[in-house]
Design a protein around this ligand. Structure first.
Ligand code: SAH
Length: 253
């Protein structure tokens, strides 16, 4: 679901948003008068992201630039720049803006050429990556979400994002190695194929925790010449990585 340490159900979240909108109707209407919604994006970066310590200028610039409202269903458009995840259909969510910034920042993308994302969802995180690196590969298991994300990204002119429908657990071996890998759904363990597809010096970030557990731990792996360094970053809340055949999962790392 993609918010740090915030056990909101989507129903409750929807109520909060609706109440917030009723209270803030003049603000909502004022903001949506500007079709570019640049002021809302600037506020999102200035108020939600910079104060929480995100420093990577490329990430901040990408999030100021990308029209996040184009990645959310029309019903939620007014809330596209709020400090929340939002439903995108099929039981899935677009991550909270701060979580997108946190994960992108942790990947230290300067100089990276190829990045792999598991969990395309709305396509927003892929767009952030595509503003920073030349080639983004992203895998989505829910076909209608992949189709919708591909449409949005094409409309916005992204030509450097390659989308595949399938189980991202296996990664994208034909395109490996990747300079960075980001998994935007939680897993009980780190998929070995993803560790294998990481370039030496590359970074992999993912939420690790039991399926349907309230919170997971955001973990960063860096591949060295002789292994992997592991750093625990913070607590987050993500939707689980879907596996077609759970029994084929190897043991926890
Ligand atoms: N990065 C997305 C949000 C991801 S939500 C965005 O920016 O909008 C998690 C996504 O992971 C969902 O769309 C879900 O369908 C997808 N997903 C879950 N399990 C998966 C798997 N095994 N392989 C690929 N995608 C998966």
């Amino acid at each position: 679901m993609n918010s740090p340490a915030r056990p909101l159900t989507s129903l409750w979240m929807t109520c909060v948003i609706l109440i917030h909108c009723l209270v803030a109707i003049p603000g909502c209407i004022g903001d949506t008068h500007d079709p570019t919604r640049q002021a809302e994006r600037d506020r999102m970066v200035n108020d939600q992201i910079i104060p929480r310590g995100i420093k990577d200028q490329a990430v901040l610039a990408a999030m100021r630039r990308i029209p996040r409202h184009r990645f959310v269903p029309a019903f939620y458009s007014a809330f596209a720049y709020y400090d929340n995840p939002l439903p995108i259909g099929h039981g899935q969510t677009i991550s909270q803006p701060f979580v997108v910034a946190l994960m992108s920042d942790a990947l230290a993308l300067q100089g990276a050429k190829k990045v792999l994302e598991i969990g395309t969802g709305s396509g927003y995180q892929a767009a952030v990556l595509a503003e920073i690196v030349p080639h983004v590969f992203t895998i989505e298991i829910v076909e209608p979400l992949a189709t919708e994300a591909a449409r949005t990204l094409a409309e916005l002119g992204y030509r450097n994002i390659h989308i595949r429908v399938g189980d991202g657990y296996q990664g994208w071996p034909e395109e490996a190695p990747f300079d960075a890998i980001i998994v935007t759904a939680s897993s009980e363990h780190v998929p070995q194929p993803l560790l294998d597809q990481l370039a030496v010096g590359g970074r992999l970030i993912l939420p690790v925790g039991k399926a349907f557990q309230e919170l997971q731990e955001l973990v960063l792996y860096r591949r060295t010449t002789d292994g992997y360094e592991r750093t625990r970053l913070s607590l987050v809340r993500f939707v689980p990585l879907i596996r077609k055949d759970q029994s084929s999962q190897p043991g926890e790392r």
